[in-house]
Design a protein around this ligand. Structure first.
Ligand code: CIR
Length: 265
């Protein structure tokens, strides 16, 4: 089974409060209907890619809770409840506990202590990369390494440039030995041993894409990235992300994905 072979996903509907989510550019105000439309299209694409999608209800108290990738990690072997780094997002982990217990026999918890966001965790065939960022600190990354070891997974802690919110804001595994990333992140050296496809200048945010089974979901506003990936033979599904991008988000953060073959869900 490949690391991007999935048959299940968890998503959460955006609440009307999503427009108050965290964002670095406070000028570009996101629109609730726009986010909801993009989310609907995304969920359809997950279903079309063959996933059984569990859709959780909106949480108005947590504007960023639509970005379910950050409070948890999921694998065939079990799930890990994380501790998001932004204070306004901390309780999203508790809100995810019930869904994880419904789907997984093993749910490990990082618990109290230092923070890790799931957006900083990139699963590759050899190891799980954990990026240190404004949201993920060393102590949290080390606690996550221990939890991953309990699930039989090796991890490697890496540094991400300060300009990047999350590791997966700027990198995705698109083939078993191939990543798509930005020039800035490639410069960190963390992808030595991988084939690297660089996003064209000005389209850095396109690296927040997601491969699911044989299809790659990519933002529709990145024509040069789309051409590049098509040229490399990837099957693409382009999706609108203009509104979620105003919340510093993209395609990977809106779902938790796993293959349930070895779980007893
Ligand atoms: C945040 O700043 O936490 C949200 N507005 C966006 C989170 C995006 N998540 C991700 O890249 N994994």
């Amino acid at each position: 089974m490949r690391v991007f072979d999935f048959d299940h996903a968890i998503v959460r509907l955006p609440g009307r409060s999503v427009i108050h989510g965290l964002r670095h550019d406070t000028q570009a105000l996101p629109d609730y209907d726009g986010v909801a439309d993009e989310h609907r299209t995304y969920v359809s694409a997950l279903r079309d890619a063959g996933l059984d999608v569990d859709t959780l209800p909106p949480l108005e108290d947590f504007p960023d809770s639509v970005f379910v990738e950050d409070p948890a990690l999921v694998f065939s072997e079990g799930a890990i409840l994380l501790r998001p780094g932004a204070a306004s997002r901390r309780h999203e982990a508790e809100e995810m506990r019930g869904a994880l217990r419904r789907h997984f026999h093993r749910v490990l918890e990082l618990g109290e202590g230092a923070c890790v966001d799931g957006g900083d965790v990139l699963v590759t065939p050899m190891s799980v990369l954990i990026g240190l960022s404004k949201r993920t600190v060393l102590e949290g990354a080390q606690a996550l390494c221990r939890a991953l070891a309990e699930l039989g997974r090796q991890a490697r802690i890496v540094e991400t440039p300060g300009s990047v919110l999350h590791l997966k804001s700027a990198a995705a595994l698109i083939g078993e030995d191939t990543v798509v990333t930005t020039r800035a992140l490639e410069g960190s050296g963390m992808f030595s041993g991988f084939k690297v496809l660089l996003t064209p200048p000005g389209e850095e945010a396109a690296a927040n894409l997601v491969r699911i089974n044989d299809v790659v979901l990519v933002g529709s506003g990145y024509p040069r990235t789309i051409d590049m990936l098509t040229g490399h033979g990837f099957e693409l599904r382009t999706l609108p992300v203009g509104e979620v991008a105003k919340l510093d988000a993209g395609l990977s953060c809106m779902s938790l994905r796993w293959h349930a073959a070895r779980t007893a869900a």
